[in-house]
Ligand binder design. Structure first.
Ligand SMILES: [Fe+2]
Length: 609
């Protein structure tokens, strides 16, 4: 079934002329609407149909598709009917140009009726939403609708319908929302049928369908949306846009997921088999993604206890995980197995843990991992995934992200579906980590705490985790009264708490700049953070002092001069990558971060490293 979205866009509007070209958060309203429709991924194509050269141009320039209507039209339906007349489509959805917050759920609901039992009978579908305020019920600008028992429309009116003659009868009023999904035939009929007086009197297009005996199925939507009809609506919409932007990247009342199951203790790794066995589905394998340092460790491999067609994939962590690496692992798994895997088990440091999370997600989400780098872009729940850290500090075992280097950026797949379903914390697995690596990765945890505790996003939730992890890092890296086992156990929990601390907050300057190093030079995360943090006394003075002390106690040399031979374009892209991580800067420096973190400042800092 080919489904397209059509956005009729008239330049002149009686109540608010030129409203579709008004600025909404830096883009014209009509561009926002177009992008919102496109982002739903419900349509094979999205078009704006307009009478205006200005609108046509702005849509084309923003990479969208626009059609000029040839004739004068009385209404949006006529305008789109003319445009689709010669197109081969089944369903045409009319999206209102002045509804820039068009929600996916509303469009999904209006389309879903075409999969229902009575789909054959439906000529077109539309949306309605409950209203309860008498002021709105009696407002002629709000079109009301009444329906039969199967939610087919009986009548639309600007009057309150039904009229409440008996005030004791409970009546639910519904407001009509101007989103339609037409079968193409119904739309073309509309175009040809002359308007009758009832439609003309009420000035409600869909009355014409009822007058000519068409069946309009109404779906109920509970999202209100904002129509831009007046300059006041535009002010409100700009406010909403700012708030939603903040919600997606900021920390205000976030409802974020936590790892639901976790085992802790030396030797707990041996519970893996019994933990995952209830998740095993018939012929579907478990895929073990394991750091290749374990490649020749047969005893450890035996403890993984692979069964049937389970697959063991050793992955080198010489480089940070990449989107193309995720894509190729996913492609191979899909090529080798008919069934989706029972689960993905990641065993290793932060790189492996992030890679395993990303593979789990990309097995159920179409396209390339690069398409999902950012906040909340993942659409579908991933495959069951288990994380087992063998180096402590990154917090990847608890985090809501899977950091990947892509063709254009280094950024995580940050979503509610990213965290592990199960984590096994066995401190014994961290025995034998080389000292430098232990330090660099441990410092990742220390820096998580510093950046979270000094950030503007900090709240008591993050603070309680951050303070605990910070305190554990002090014990581990500054004091010398811990046994090796105690130190391992404490670092494993410090990593967990440090990760939790940034889950409800964000990292800061060191991470932003370290991502720049990593993107351009391939510098690994832990060491990159250390290289950067050494020079951040302007931002974190006390904590940089403590870091230098830790470095000295453990006799760690940090590489120097790594930026001294950068070309100008490498330096520019390093700065671009660092500055693109807006939430990190907002957390570190507040709303006015751009005035502090200038390109020159970053350049000078990089040149010191
Ligand atoms: Fe980190």
């Amino acid at each position: 079934m080919k489904i397209i979205a059509m956005i009729p866009a008239r330049y002149g509007a009686s109540r608010f002329p030129g409203k579709l070209m008004q600025d909404l958060g830096g883009k014209p309203v009509i561009v926002r609407t177009y992008e919102a429709a496109k982002e739903t991924e419900l349509f094979d194509e999205v078009y704006v149909v307009t009478d205006s050269d200005i609108i046509f141009k702005v849509i084309e320039e923003s990479g969208g598709k626009a059609i000029m209507s040839k004739k004068e039209h009385d209404c949006g339906s006529d305008r789109i009917a003319e445009a689709v007349e010669n197109m081969d489509v089944d369903i045409v959805v009319n999206v209102q140009g002045d509804e820039p917050f068009t929600s996916k759920s509303g469009l999904e609901q209006v389309l879903s009726v075409f999969n229902g039992a009575d789909a054959e009978k439906i000529d077109l579908a539309s949306l309605m939403t409950e209203i309860n305020d008498w002021k709105e019920i009696s407002d002629p600008n709000a079109v009301k609708v009444i329906v039969d028992k199967d939610n087919f429309a009986l009548y639309f009116s600007r009057s309150p319908i039904p009229y409440p003659r008996d005030k004791n009868v409970a009546v639910q009023y519904y407001k009509h929302k101007g989103i339609y999904a037409f079968r193409k035939n119904a739309l073309m009929d509309f175009y040809r049928l002359p308007m009758r007086s009832t439609e003309a009197a009420e000035k409600i297009e869909c009355i014409r369908y009822l007058e000519y005996g068409k069946n309009i199925k109404m779906a109920i939507s509970n999202t209100q949306g904002i129509e831009i009809d007046t300059p006041e609506d535009l002010v409100r919409a700009n406010k909403v846009l700012k708030e939603t932007k903040n919600v997606s990247v900021n920390n205000k009342y976030r409802n974020f997921p936590m790892v639901p199951k976790v085992v802790f203790g030396s030797g707990s790794f041996d519970q893996l088999t019994s933990i995952i066995s209830p998740e095993r589905k018939d012929k579907a394998p478990f895929i073990f993604i394991v750091d290749d340092v374990f490649k020749n460790n047969q005893e450890f491999i035996n403890r993984m206890n692979l069964r049937f067609n389970d697959k063991l994939l050793f992955v080198s962590t010489a480089q940070e995980p990449k989107t193309e690496q995720v894509d190729s692992i996913v492609k191979n798994i899909k090529a080798e197995f008919t069934y989706a895997p029972s689960g993905i088990i990641g065993i290793g440091g932060g790189s492996i843990l992030d890679l395993a999370k990303a593979v789990s997600l990309m097995l159920t989400n179409k396209g390339s991992a690069a398409d999902y780098q950012g906040w909340d872009l993942i659409k579908n729940k991933g495959i069951y995934h288990v994380g087992i850290p063998t180096i402590s500090g990154t917090g990847a075992e608890v985090s809501r992200t899977a950091i990947l280097t892509g063709p254009e950026k280094k950024l995580g797949l940050n979503s509610d579906f990213t965290p592990y379903d199960q984590v096994i914390l066995d401190p014994e697995l961290t025995v034998g980590v080389p000292k430098n690596q232990w330090f660099y990765t441990g410092m990742d945890c220390y820096i998580h705490c510093v950046e979270s505790l000094n950030g503007t996003f900090l709240n008591e939730f993050s603070k309680s985790y951050g303070e605990k992890a910070y305190d554990l890092c002090m014990q581990i890296f500054l004091e010398d009264n811990l046994t090796e086992q105690e130190s391992r156990e404490k670092l494993m929990m410090a990593s967990w708490h440090g990760g939790m601390s940034i889950a409800y907050s964000q990292v800061g300057v060191a991470h932003a700049m370290s991502y720049g190093l990593s993107y351009v030079l391939g510098t690994k995360h832990g060491i990159g953070n250390c290289i950067v943090f050494d020079y951040l006394d302007e931002f974190y003075p006390e904590d940089v002092k403590i870091f230098k002390k830790m470095k000295k106690i453990h006799n760690i040399e940090i590489p120097q001069g790594i930026c001294s031979n950068l070309t100008e374009s490498q330096m520019e892209s390093m700065i671009d990558i660092a500055l693109s991580l807006v939430p990190l800067w907002e957390n570190a420096l507040g709303d006015d971060w751009e005035a502090i973190a200038t390109r020159d400042k970053l350049r000078n800092l990089y040149l010191k490293m």
